[in-house]
Design a protein around this ligand. Structure first.
Ligand code: ZN
Length: 151
């Protein structure tokens, strides 16, 4: 790369005569894209949104801060929902069960928290999955996180 992005190597040579500068073309590409896109409003908006998405994803572990879940493969709602494919009890809604962190264990109405491994069964129609989860496993960080985000 020649031109305005060539200056860094020249400055390094002034400071350290024996330096060997290896160009990072990814960085150069970022500089060029930054210069080009800073001049068009639509591209400024697009890259602003992309940057916002990147920050959102990068920081997501802070919003979902589970400490060593017992079943890390079931941390997402969608994966827990798959375990309910064979769930046949009509008086229980599987969606709230998944939402509160439970997976179906495959027998009758046995469910298990992916985070701490709490197993619950013998559900009654009046039972609220969140209340039962919080009551039987108040130290579960998934329960604590949900309480913090709802309050
Ligand atoms: Zn739990």
């Amino acid at each position: 790369m020649q031109g305005e992005y060539h200056g860094f190597s020249a400055q390094l040579s002034n400071v350290a005569k024996n330096q060997m500068h290896i160009r990072c073309y990814t960085h150069v590409l970022c500089l060029v894209i930054g210069d080009v896109t800073n001049k068009i409003l639509q591209s400024i908006n697009l890259f602003g949104i992309l940057n916002g998405c990147a920050v959102f994803i990068k920081e997501s572990h802070k919003r979902i801060d589970f400490q060593n879940p017992k079943y890390p493969e079931l941390t997402t709602f969608a994966l827990r929902l798959i375990t309910f494919d064979l769930f046949t009890l009509k008086h229980l809604n599987k969606l709230p069960m998944c939402e509160v962190g439970f997976e179906f264990l495959g027998a009758v109405d046995c469910v298990q928290c992916f985070n701490y491994g709490l197993i619950l069964h013998e559900w009654e129609i009046k039972d609220d999955p969140w209340k039962e989860h919080a009551y039987h496993s108040p130290v579960c960080s998934f329960v604590q996180l949900k309480k913090a985000t709802n309050s």
